[in-house]
Design a binder for this molecule. Structure first.
Ligand code: TXA
Ligand code: MG
Length: 339
């Protein structure tokens, strides 16, 4: 299959034409990658079972892992769900459009494979103009998991989608790089108290402030426990090169030396501050702030594929704001954790 690259970056004259072409492909039951503020999504018409099936095939995604549905506004969101507790509307007014997904009781209007047969559905309003225009222009709710091959780091740029899925999907709508960089916070809103299933940029504290209460599910922080979100049981975000998390920063250089003595070439993923004081074969700097580190994480994990390192070592990064979500993803991607 020929994968069409549809340019829709800001101020580009092709923007409207590209969005129309992507909407047309969605109506034809095809799969199109689209930009969001978190990561690129692999989109299909959420009401079309055959189209949704193509997402699972292209990604190699297990069929028991439900997809997030993207809508343009609160009204469209409420059409897809029922019985939302009062705190949900408060959260939507505060956080959406934005990097948060609400798991709610489904009203049954979507293809059943979107929700992997569950009675609940994850819905979100992405904070990205190209995505919102595509949803409005097509008039469709768009089912979209992250647009990577299952298990690999999520794509934060159109090039990453192309690397993983060229020839396997009908199109990629290029809206430029994603500016959050880690996937949305997933919140189970089916009970009296919102339960965080996956950490993201919207933090537990922020949700607590708006909803009045919040809990974190076992597994939402990478702890062993019964996963509440089906996707949490699978290995995620793994770079092509093995990743070792060195929790104690003071041990990082020693751990690097040990591997080099064994004849291994070592890559390092670190904050700007640590990078200045470390010696290794390849050093990728994630940045200064948590926000910057989130934005660069997946690109950095992907970048080691182009080098000749045998393994990558990463330190424990600062955990304010989105920093906790960044560490959650690193822990899930890691092959080994040195305490
Ligand atoms: O930021 C994001 O959320 C990105 C962009 C593209 O929107 N999407 C994304 O989708 O990360 P995906 O499929 O890679 O992750 C969706 C997560 C999975 O862990 C899945 O199990 C969970 O959300 N999920 C979806 N629907 C659910 C449901 N009804 N109940 C519990 N968990 C659900
Ligand atoms: Mg994913």
């Amino acid at each position: 299959m020929d994968t069409k690259l549809l340019i829709a970056t800001e101020n580009h004259s092709l923007r409207e034409e590209s969005i129309r072409a992507a909407a047309k492909l969605l109506h034809a039951g095809e799969v199109v990658a689209l930009p969001t503020e978190t990561v690129y999504g692999l989109g299909a018409d959420a009401t079309n079972r055959l189209a949704v099936e193509k997402i699972f095939i292209a990604k190699g995604r297990p069929s028991d892992n439900p997809l997030i549905v993207h809508v343009a506004n609160k009204e469209q969101l409420f059409e897809l769900v029922e019985e939302a507790p009062a705190y949900v509307e408060k959260m939507i007014d505060c956080f959406s459009p934005g990097p948060i997904t609400y798991v709610l009781k489904s009203s049954g209007k979507l293809a059943s494979n979107v929700t992997a047969g569950l009675t609940t559905v994850g819905v979100r309003i992405p904070d990205n103009d190209v995505a919102l225009d595509l949803i409005s222009n097509s008039g469709l709710p768009i089912a979209a998991p992250s647009a990577n091959i299952s298990g690999k780091p999520s794509p934060t740029a159109a090039e990453h989608v192309l690397d993983d899925l060229n020839g396997k999907i009908a199109g990629i709508l290029d809206g430029g790089p994603a500016n959050v960089g880690v996937e949305s916070t997933v919140v189970d809103c089916t009970n009296e108290i919102p339960v965080i299933l996956r950490l993201g940029k919207i933090t537990p504290d922020q949700i607590h402030n708006v909803a009045g209460f919040v809990e974190c599910a076992d597994g939402s922080k990478g702890e062993v426990g019964k996963p509440r979100s089906p996707g949490l049981k699978y290995k995620h975000y793994a770079p092509e090169v093995p990743l070792v998390l060195v929790k104690n920063r003071n041990e990082l250089q020693r751990a690097i030396e040990q591997e080099r003595k064994l004849g291994n070439r070592v890559g390092v993923l670190a904050s700007a501050a640590t990078a200045k004081n470390v010696m290794a074969d390849e050093i990728v700097v994630l940045g200064e702030s948590e926000t910057e580190m989130a934005m660069k994480l997946y690109q950095a994990l992907r970048s080691f594929k182009q080098t000749d390192v045998d393994l990558v070592m990463c330190e424990s990064l600062p955990q304010e704001g989105v920093g906790k979500a960044v560490m959650d993803r690193i822990e899930r991607a890691a092959d080994k954790i040195l305490e």
